[in-house]
Design a protein around this ligand. Structure first.
Ligand SMILES: [Zn+2]
Ligand SMILES: [Zn+2]
Length: 401
């Protein structure tokens, strides 16, 4: 007799053509963060057809459904599975027959695959309600790409009524061998915060600098000085990145610029390092501006904490991955400075975020995520669906055991 894990695994494989069809449809119709109305509509319709209780408009364009096990009592445990739906502002250059039909927008991170797997997981769990010792909250999240979709859903109450005690999710990863699964406890991905610095100088004629305060010069000194934070303020055994990705100042060669705007990103794992980075950027900008006669404004318009897996969550995923892909396909990696707002859920409902390998060297699929030629091997879709469906079933089993 097959175990439920094996049954789910087999049924996920049988679902392969359907998963591919969903993924290609989402891929052809990508939508930017908080604009995922078509995607969310298809997801909601599918969940509704499965007989699930569905909420839409959660965190603007998010969709939530609850799969309830048979014979449940009121305080039955709840586990959350999360799938992100948004695409990126990139002009697609894959030449695929199902390439983007929405010019300038592309599923270049694989969230089309995540959404398709979520539809599959919903179908598997709805069919096997008898095996569920509690409830599974399926969360289809908008705007993961640095726009705060997870926080928007949390503000809208996605973690209440009922309240999940654990959360699981995956990212397909084109830099890992097909169906290799990265499972580890502790930090996997970094806290990622945008920052903005506005430097206010005093405009003037390029030939009379003594009557002006040159915002370009001040901003340039700030860019250089900010690099001392990682070199001289962060403990060398900790990890951090300070990047100034854009600097806009001035309008013509013979005019002294009145204002400069710097935008950047900071990355870290430790919450203390994270706040140190914010504090030092502000202090250094203030000091340089004071020395050179300018003023500044510092803001952090968006960000998310580090993605940290709990020991219990990682141990559970390890067991599930053992059963689904086998121990030889499980790997560990050095944590990466990539950001992911699944971290917002994991801070409130401990669990595990895993990576599932989607590279296909024989098909030439080696482009990095967020590149115009990004694609992934769709043979990972059943694996991902089986991993998350089984994570939910196994976690609920553990709670009542
Ligand atoms: Zn991405
Ligand atoms: Zn992503």
């Amino acid at each position: 007799m097959q175990t439920i894990t094996e049954t789910i695994r087999r049924e996920a494989e049988e679902m392969f053509p359907q998963l591919v069809a969903w993924r290609r449809d989402f891929h052809a119709h990508p939508e930017l963060g908080f604009q995922e109305t078509r995607t969310a509509g298809l997801v909601a319709q599918h969940l509704h057809n499965l007989g699930l209780e569905v909420s839409t408009g959660v965190g603007r364009t998010g969709v939530v459904a609850l799969v309830e096990g048979d014979h449940m009592d009121e305080d039955a445990p709840v586990v959350l599975l999360r799938f992100d739906m948004d695409a990126l502002p990139i002009v697609e250059e894959t030449g695929l027959p199902f390439a983007s039909q929405n010019p300038g927008v592309m599923h270049a991170c694989g969230h089309d695959g995540h959404t398709a797997m979520g539809m599959g997981v919903a179908q598997l769990l709805a069919k096997h309600r008898a095996a569920l010792k509690g409830q599974v909250k399926l969360v289809f999240q908008p705007a993961e790409e640095g726009m705060g979709g997870a926080a928007a859903m949390i503000d809208d109450g996605v973690l209440e009524n009922p309240r999940p005690a654990a959360a699981f999710a995956l990212h397909l990863w084109s830099r890992l061998p097909l169906n290799q699964v990265v499972v580890q406890s502790g930090p996997l991905w970094a806290a990622a915060d945008k920052f903005e610095l506005v430097v206010q100088g005093k405009g003037g004629h390029g030939a009379t600098p003594h009557d002006a305060v040159d915002a370009t010069l001040v901003a340039s000194q700030i860019v250089v000085a900010l690099q001392s934070i990682v070199a001289r303020n962060v403990n060398p055994t900790a990890t951090a990145v300070v990047t100034v990705g854009s600097l806009h100042s001035g309008s013509a060669g013979n005019i002294i610029s009145e204002q400069a705007v710097l935008e950047g990103t900071v990355r870290s794992f430790d919450p203390d390092v994270r706040s140190l980075l914010h504090r030092r950027i502000d202090e250094i900008a203030a000091g340089v501006c004071q020395a050179l006669g300018a003023r500044h404004q510092f803001s952090v318009p968006g960000g998310c904490p580090a993605t940290i897996n709990s020991q219990e969550g990682a141990a559970l995923m390890q067991r599930v991955a053992n059963a689904v892909v086998g121990p030889e396909q499980i790997a560990q990696i050095t944590p990466m400075m990539v950001g992911e707002d699944m971290s917002e859920f994991l801070q409130r409902a401990p669990g595990c975020f895993i990576l599932v390998g989607a590279a296909s060297p024989e098909k030439g699929l080696l482009s990095p995520h967020h590149s115009p030629t990004f694609d992934f091997d769709e043979r990972m879709l059943p694996t991902g669906a089986a991993l998350l469906a089984n994570a939910a079933i196994t976690w609920l089993d553990d709670q009542v055991a």
